[in-house]
Design a protein around this ligand. Structure first.
Ligand code: C2E
Ligand code: CA
Ligand code: CA
Length: 395
């Protein structure tokens, strides 16, 4: 294993001494410590470190200023932030780092034990492996290639299960778009959705996803599986006063039923006609479609929107679930969102569940459903069917 180079930035002499001696007990680590952000910056300009573990409150240059200065360096080390300040300050400082493009491995409350440091070192990405695992760089697709991909059926709906926490069974799915590119392999929305938005092709994508969803549902139904699927609906499409009618017409034309389909809406500021937004939201529900508030708790969601739109489902954003076990503020926030969703009569779904411990926590706070890599990532319809078959056979 290559040596992991660690730089400790801590103004308090005793804390610095403790950290140094704890890191020295860990194999394959080479550790240095400095007392101040300015000295740290000099070291980092001259030499490569894999991990910087920094205090926040320091004289001369504090931890936040240090992060902002480090952002200008070509090589970004992984970061861990530590403090005796309240957890919310740590969380806030970590956002500074994330927005500057750093990988933040941990937020640590002092004092730290050697086991916490060992766990931290295990998370440090191996710089050599990281370089070879990196996603292939893809050109921004032009309009023509996107249109051709839609026409040739390369834009596919994959399905990620939503599992009922009480029954531990898959009860629904979310359709997620994948571009099955003949040369580049399977591309994620981050690699093509911005271009689709730019070229005004979201309606085309929506039609494709609806069509494939209804098809998949009818295949699953033939084998005795009734699965509701929700589809991501760009909120600004609700500006079109006829959207609800059009969507029902399309679903019917493909042989589907509104009751089996839901739409996930992000609240955002791009709606031009608020009247049409609400009219479409109401009318989608009148027709039997489900309606979910997506990514609740992330940047865009507001309580007024939640209370005034006829949602039947509330999806808690992954940013609140990730790290909620290590952070009381996040845990309390998730707990109260679940309680709020339940009070409003909605099904509450937690997104981005990756560990058994997160799942157990969500069960304790009485969340209804979970979605995340712990259950399964999004998969093609046939593989999704295998998940359903496996659970029927007790798998
Ligand atoms: P979203 O609607 O919030 O979808 C959830 C995203 O989280 C998906 O990313 C999913 O693969 C990912 N995810 C699920 N579980 C986990 C987990 O446990 N850990 C982690 N790290 N990630 C998890 P994906 O498929 O890359 O989609 C990204 C976004 O692209 C979606 O976010 C949605 O806003 C948009 N999108 C996807 N499909 C469509 C589509 O058909 N139409 C439109 N308009 N947008 C879509
Ligand atoms: Ca979604
Ligand atoms: Ca989401």
């Amino acid at each position: 294993m290559p040596i992991c180079r660690v730089l400790i930035v801590e103004d308090h002499p005793f804390q610095r001494y403790c950290l140094l001696s704890q890191f020295n007990q860990i194999a394959d680590v080479s550790v240095e410590a400095v007392a101040d952000g300015c000295i740290a910056l000099d070291r980092l300009r001259q030499s490569h470190y894999d991990l910087v573990i920094s205090d926040l409150m320091m004289p001369n240059m504090d931890g936040v200023q240090l992060i902002q200065e480090l952002a200008l360096l070509a090589h970004k080390p992984a970061l861990a932030l530590m403090s005796t300040l309240p957890e919310r300050v740590l969380l806030s400082a970590s956002q500074v780092a994330r927005f500057a493009g750093f990988k933040v491995l941990a937020l640590l409350c002092k004092p730290l034990g050697v086991e916490a440091l060992r766990a931290l070192i295990e998370q440090v990405p191996d710089a050599h492996a990281a370089a070879s695992d990196a996603e292939p760089w893809v050109h921004t697709p032009d309009r023509r290639s996107l249109v051709m991909a839609l026409r040739r059926g390369q834009m596919r709906a994959w399905f990620q299960p939503k599992q009922c926490l009480r029954r531990r069974r898959i009860v629904a799915a979310e359709a997620l778009a994948r571009w099955e590119h003949p040369e580049l392999g399977v591309l994620l929305p981050a690699q093509f959705l911005p271009a689709m938005i730019q070229h005004n092709l979201e309606s085309g994508l929506l039609s494709t996803v609806i069509k494939q969803t209804v098809q998949a549902q009818s295949r699953w139904r033939r084998h005795g599986h009734q699965v509701k699927v929700s589809i991501n609906l760009p909120t600004h499409l609700l500006d079109d006063g006829h959207l609800a009618d059009r969507l029902l017409k399309q679903v019917k034309a493909q042989g589907g039923e509104a009751q089996d389909i839901g739409f996930e809406l992000l609240e955002n500021s791009t709606v031009r006609n608020e009247g049409n937004y609400y009219a479409n939201a109401c009318r989608l529900r009148f027709k039997g479609f489900g309606l979910a508030q997506d990514d609740f708790g992330s940047g865009y969601s507001s309580y007024f929107n939640l209370a005034s739109t006829p949602y039947n489902e509330l999806k808690i954003d992954r940013s609140l679930i990730t790290g909620c076990l290590e952070n009381h503020c996040l845990a309390s926030t998730v707990g109260s969102i679940v309680a709020l969703g339940r009070k409003l009569g909605m099904t509450v779904v937690a997104e981005g569940v990756e560990t058994d411990r997160e799942m157990a926590f969500l069960e304790r706070v009485e969340c209804h459903q979970v979605q995340g890599f712990l259950i399964s990532p999004a998969v093609p319809w046939r593989q999704f069917e295998q998940l359903l078959v496996a659970q029927d056979h007790g798998g």
